[in-house]
Design a protein. Structure first.
Length: 357
């Protein structure tokens, strides 16, 4: 049995109505709210066919139908169009990215809040993946005798400013010389490759160089090991309680909140999402059992055209997918422009990733 034009229009009407009301949809409702010009009896027959095909479910014997996960997947893959955002929403996004922001961490925190406010879902933002950023410079700054601050600057901003051990008689001039040597060894390498470069090939180096290089490598290595637990910023975690799927089912709400507290899981979701421009994961498509009553939509952002992170929202399966994807598309492009402009001084804005007008 194929989905002909009439079934497609009925299915779209049911999905749109259920997303809006969270109430099972009956044939009479469809006949009143659509322009189909069909009787309730005809619509009931079509709904029975759609249920048999797995696109509709009937939660109670006397109730109307609700879309199945299969229906939402079909809707997202074949029936989705860009949504129109309000003037206020467009203005909020434009003004947000017009602000001066000098660090990736600041961009992450403020963007997560904005995304949660506009979508009314829980927003998550992954800061640029340390595995993918490129080292530009390492600077050793004297602190006290025997200690220096190792500042690692990458194409994604300031990544590490850890205190490291240096010889007590190391003055500012010697630290500057060591900084130049460190930079020469790691410039234009990824952080994992930079760690390897600092730890290897030091056989002919002086003892002072070996100790300093090893200390900096250990500091960066520890940062990479901690990346999963600190690389995700959340916005509007309690927004899930705005939706009846969670507010009427406290056990489901508790399960979701427990997932949000474990940022390693969210980091893995967002990290995997950077392999694609957009992802839409619906219900049981989610790997985590606690999230199989939810949908996750993500968008990738780039620095200098290179994917380095992603942002997204978590909400009920009854999500306004077209609107969420339109917002994420706009914010992903704006993020790419802002972060590239902050951390790539040579950026001229000609790669097509311009902020909203």
């Amino acid at each position: 049995m194929k989905l002909d034009e009439r079934k497609l229009r009925i299915l779209r009407t049911i999905i749109d109505d259920y997303v809006l009301t969270a109430t099972p949809v009956g044939s009479r409702t469809i006949s009143k709210r659509s322009e189909l010009g069909l009787s309730s009896a005809t619509i009931r027959n079509e709904m029975s066919d759609l249920e048999e095909m797995g696109f509709l479910e009937q939660p109670h014997t006397s109730a109307g139908r609700i879309p199945s996960e299969k229906a939402y997947r079909f809707y997202v893959d074949t029936m989705l169009h860009s949504a129109n955002l309000t003037a206020e929403e467009l203005s909020a996004i434009k003004n947000h990215f017009a602000r001066r922001m000098d660090e990736a961490e600041e961009v992450a925190a403020t963007t997560a809040r904005l995304l949660s406010d506009i979508t009314e879902y829980t927003a998550m933002f992954m800061t640029p993946e340390l595995q993918k950023v490129i080292v530009r410079h390492i600077q050793l700054v004297p602190v006290v005798p025997g200690r220096a601050l190792a500042v690692v600057v990458t194409d994604a901003g300031l990544v590490r400013d850890a205190t490291v051990q240096v010889p007590k008689d190391c003055g500012a001039r010697e630290l500057e010389r060591l900084s130049n040597m460190l930079t020469e060894r790691v410039k234009d390498k990824s952080l994992p490759d930079a760690v390897e470069a600092l730890r290897g090939g030091l056989g002919d180096s002086l003892e002072v160089q070996r100790r300093v290089f090893s200390s900096v490598a250990d500091a960066v290595g520890r940062d990479l090991a901690r990346e999963e637990s600190r690389g995700v910023v959340l916005g509007g975690a309690t927004n899930i309680l705005r939706h009846p799927e969670y507010s009427d089912d406290l056990s489901k709400a508790k399960s979701m909140l427990s997932v949000l507290e474990t940022k390693e899981n969210l980091y893995r979701i967002l990290s995997k999402a950077t392999q694609m421009e957009f992802t839409v994961t619906i219900g049981s498509e989610n790997e985590l059992p606690e999230m199989q009553d939810s949908s996750v939509v993500t968008a990738t952002y780039k620095i200098g055209g290179r994917p380095v992170g992603s942002c997204g929202v978590i909400g009920s399966i009854r999500m306004v997918y077209a609107r969420v994807l339109t917002i994420l598309n706009l914010m992903g492009k704006s993020l790419s422009t802002v972060l590239t402009g902050i951390f790539d001084p040579g950026f001229d804005g000609k790669d097509g990733e311009n902020p909203p007008k």
